[in-house]
Design a protein around this ligand. Sequence first.
Ligand SMILES: [Zn+2]
Length: 632
Amino acid sequence: MVLDRHSFMKKTLVLLGLICVFCGCTTSKGLLTIDKAPILVSMDLVNIKNDKVEVTIDPGAFKSDVVLFKIPKTIPGTYSTDDYGKYVQDLVALDYGGKVLNVVQEDDNTWRISSAKRLDKITYWVNDTYDTEQEMMDPVFSPAGINILEGENYMLNLHGFVGYFDGSKEVPYTVLVRKPLDLVATTTLPMEPDRKPDPAWDAFVAKRYFEVIDNPILYARPNTESFVIKDIKVTLTVYSPNGRYKAADLKDRMEEMMLAQKAFLGDIDGTKEYAILLYLSELGELDAQGFGALEHHTSTVVVLPETMSKEELAQVMVDVVSHEFFHILTPLTIHSREIQFFDFNDPQMSKHLWMYEGTTEYFANLFQIQQGLIGEAEFYERMLDKIINSSFYNDTMSFTKMSENILEEPYAANYANVYEKGALINMALDILIRERSGGEKGVLWLMKELSRNYGREIPFEDDALIAEIVAMTYPEVGAFFDTHVIGNVPIDYEAYLAKVGLAVVNLERQTGFFLDGEIPFIDVKDENNDVVFVRENIPLNSFFNDMGIKGGDVIKNINGTDINLESMRSIIAFSYNWTSDKRIIIEVLRNEEVITLEGDAGSPVVLEDGIVAVEGVSNDFLDLRNTWLKQY
Ligand SMILES: [Zn+2]
């Protein structure tokens, strides 16, 4: 996922006569674990009650007297406890005669059904998660959530709608959806073959429970584009509530990006189809606020604000969707047993978020420079941003320990560092392997090798992975993992950048007199809007520093004009035309004393770190840098 949680930052069924066409008679079914008759799920998107959808599940016959029905507590890729059962209400179990059976809810996500041998079906109502994000302490991340907007839009992350009977996750499912006639489904869940088309119902099939939840469905009015990248058919569907964006607005950038990703990955086997489900939020009180995306084997759900400009939206989609698509490599292909045999209600976490999220996020940046979508300067800026952002998290926390305890504090609070330090671990590792192999090998080579040994159905042993990577590479790689990934020693990024002839230096950047871009150097006091002061604890520009103005100073007068909010606004506007030799006289109030400061306006700059190429280094450094950034 990017938050997945990206660092980019953070309703059921009334059975009408019609349903009989699909349901048939249930009493003839055998024991579900023996004959593998599908579990039949029905969802009604037409008869919505209080923003809820009714779901009916007909599991076939049970051999035991008691059966547990569960809704996931956690799903793969989110690394958080979400208790989707909280959104399930009024669960009722019925016997073959339509009589209500005894049901006890054991916890948020588990229902114990007695007299299970007589169980015909269960029904319940599923609530919207987007509606309640603002009132929840720890809301479900929107790309994993549920939207029920009657007649308009349904975001069906099926783990919120469909549960499983304990011990029966490996049986096929048939999912029937009654839908408004003007809405269409986008999903990679296969349609049931041989079923007579019915415009009011869609019928989907899944080989096992995991497939149900690995294939979200977006219902919306048609707004879809498709394109083919080599042998992958890609579908992009956009839900834009105010009609601001069409799928066509994003198609070219998505196509260019995925072509570049395919070129970067080379001969790695991927999926034959991929769906991008984009939900654009109006940002209202009852709408999605968790921006980012969640990965699945053949699709991704992306949630972003509809208010973004077209260019912003296109660039964020490139960054976010490329990250999700690279998840096909890891964890979707290369993953541990903990992920292969994921327990939705008692998950065991793997130690390798440095790879699942770190490698993925690193590749989502590296492929862009390797394939020419961004330049070197942009790539360096992105890596430097990650160095700066990672400093806000605990840099002495073992990454493997954090990973295996990510559902608990203090580890959970450091989760988003997987997109920052996680990517930087891979950058340093990439440079290290490049150096040791004379430029020939890197992290992409490593991932290709691992994908030969492991696959969608072939997991690795969590504790054996690092030793295996070391055996494939160099002792220095072992020392790197021991010290910086298993160990808690921060990485000296500058030392790794130096290996490819790069250095972090202080650079001057042009800025405004009172604003750095959109960020002001000055502020107003809350209690009195007309007191304008210089912000404290931020780096000031050369104009303030050269004039002798300090953080906390209250600005009283500039060149004869008394300062209040309104006059300050017009001075800011005029300041864009100040010449460097303009004489400026400013009166400030400091420690209850008025001080007059005077000087030339100058040409304001701020100092900031930048990653730059070191002049005059030998060709060895340049060659290594070129193989790192340009070889594929
Ligand atoms: Zn991710």
